[in-house]
Write a new protein. Structure first.
Length: 348
C-alpha cells in the first residue's frame, strides 16, 4: 500500500480526519483479508466480494460500507497513478468509460468471451471454470457464493495473468453471438446477472424520479426481500396474501417480511404498513435494508413482542408503522442476519 502517495491523493478531497480514516480502513482490509491493494483486482465485482468477506468475518455493516468507500478511493488512486509522476490523479467519467471499453474489446477479453459462451451465445459459467482449471486456476468451490458476473470478472483477471499472450493475440475474432434483448445503453438483458439487472433498475428509477415521472422506486423491493429471506433460511413463501404472514419455516414459525430500499443515506427507514397487528398473524418480522443498487445493507429478524411495543398506530389506515432504526439491532431478542442475506444475495 502506497500510503504517502494515497494520502496526497486524498488530501485535495477530504479533511485530515477523513484521510486518516480512509487509510485506516484500507489497512484493515489489507491486514484482515490479506489483500494486496497494489496488485489485486479492485474492480466493482471484486469489491463486492471483499465486502461480503468482511461481513462474514463479523465486521459491522457500517464498517463494511466505510471499507468499501476507502477501497473505491484506492482503486481510483491506483488507476490515476498509472499516468505517471506529476500527472493529475482525478480520472474523469469519460476516461474511465473509455478505459473500460478498450479493455472489453482487447484481444484477451475477445478471446475469453469466445471460450465461455454456448451455442446460443449465452454465458456458460461451467465452461469458464473448465477453462480456468486447464490453466491451473481452481476456484469453483471458493467462488460458489458469488454471482456469475462476479465469478466472470475474478476468473478473468486471474486468467489474464497465466494465459500466454500468444494464445489470445493470434486467436481469431469470435463469431458474433445471437442478438440478445437489448436494454438501455446496449445492455444485454438476457445474459445479465440478477444483481446487474437490479442495479440497472435502480438507476432507471432514480432518473425517472428526478424527472418527475415517478414518485417512488420501490416496485420490486418487497418481492426481492421475500426471495432473499427464503433463500437464506429455506423458508416456504406464503401464497395467500390474506394470511397475515409471508413465509414460514420448517417448524411452522411465521414471518412477515419487509424490505426497504434506501435511495440515499438519509432516506426514511419506515417499513411498509403492518396490518392486523393485534391479531398476531405472525411470530416475527424479518426486514432488510437495501442500498440504491439493491445491495444488502442490514438485515434483522424481530420478535413479535418487540414489534408490538415499538410500532405506531395509524388510525386512518387501520395499520401500524415500524421504524427500522439502528437502535433496533441492540434490543434483546432480535437477530442480526445481515451476513446470511448477503451470502444469499451473492448466490442468486
Amino acid at each position: 500500500m502506497r500510503e504517502p502517495a494515497f494520502r496526497s491523493f486524498l488530501s485535495g478531497r477530504l479533511v485530515a480526519g477523513s484521510v486518516d480514516s480512509y487509510v485506516a480502513y484500507c489497512s484493515r482490509v489489507r491486514r484482515e483479508l490479506g489483500v494486496d491493494l497494489d496488485a489485486d483486482d479492485l474492480s466493482e465485482p471484486a469489491l463486492s466480494s471483499l465486502s461480503l468477506r468482511l461481513a462474514q468475518s463479523g465486521a459491522p455493516p457500517a464498517t463494511v460500507r466505510n471499507c468499501l468507500s476507502a477501497l473505491r478511493a484506492y482503486a481510483e488512486f491506483r488507476l490515476g497513478a498509472t499516468a505517471g509522476p506529476g500527472a493529475a490523479m482525478r480520472i474523469t467519467a469519460e476516461q474511465r468509460a473509455a478505459w473500460k471499453a478498450n479493455t472489453a474489446t482487447g484481444p484477451f477479453n475477445l478471446w475469453l468471451d469466445g471460450q465461455v459462451r454456448d451455442e446460443r451465445g449465452a454465458f456458460d459459467l461451467a465452461r469458464l471454470h473448465d477453462l480456468a482449471e486447464r490453466y491451473g486456476v481452481h476456484k469453483r468451490d471458493e467462488y460458489a457464493g458469488l454471482n456469475p458476473g462476479q465469478q466472470r470478472m475474478n476468473l478473468g483477471n486471474l486468467l489474464r495473468r497465466v494465459v500466454p499472450a500468444s494464445v489470445y493475440e493470434a486467436a481469431p475474432e469470435p463469431p458474433a453471438a445471437p442478438a440478445a434483448t437489448p436494454g438501455p445503453q446496449g445492455t444485454a438483458l438476457g445474459t445479465a446477472s440478477v444483481g446487474e439487472l437490479l442495479a440497472l433498475y435502480g438507476q432507471i428509477m432514480d432518473e425517472l424520479r428526478e424527472r418527475g415521472v415517478v414518485r417512488t422506486g420501490n416496485s420490486p423491493v418487497g418481492d426481492y426481500g421475500e426471495l432473499l429471506f427464503a433463500r437464506a433460511f429455506g423458508w416456504t413463501l406464503e401464497g395467500n396474501s390474506s394470511a397475515g404472514h409471508d413465509a414460514a419455516d420448517a417448524d411452522g414459525v411465521r414471518y412477515q417480511i419487509k424490505a426497504r430500499r434506501l435511495a440515499s443515506p438519509i432516506a426514511s427507514r419506515q417499513l411498509s404498513a403492518i396490518r392486523r397487528l393485534e391479531e398476531r398473524t405472525f411470530d416475527h418480522v424479518a426486514a432488510v435494508l437495501l442500498d440504491g443498487s439493491f445491495k444488502v445493507l442490514r438485515a434483522i429478524i424481530i420478535p413479535y413482542a418487540v414489534v408490538q411495543s415499538g410500532a405506531r398506530r395509524r388510525d386512518h389506515a387501520n395499520s401500524w408503522l415500524f421504524m427500522l432504526e439502528d437502535r433496533v439491532w441492540k434490543i434483546p431478542g432480535v437477530r442480526d442476519v445481515t451476513a446470511e442475506l448477503a451470502v444469499a444475495q451473492a448466490a442468486i
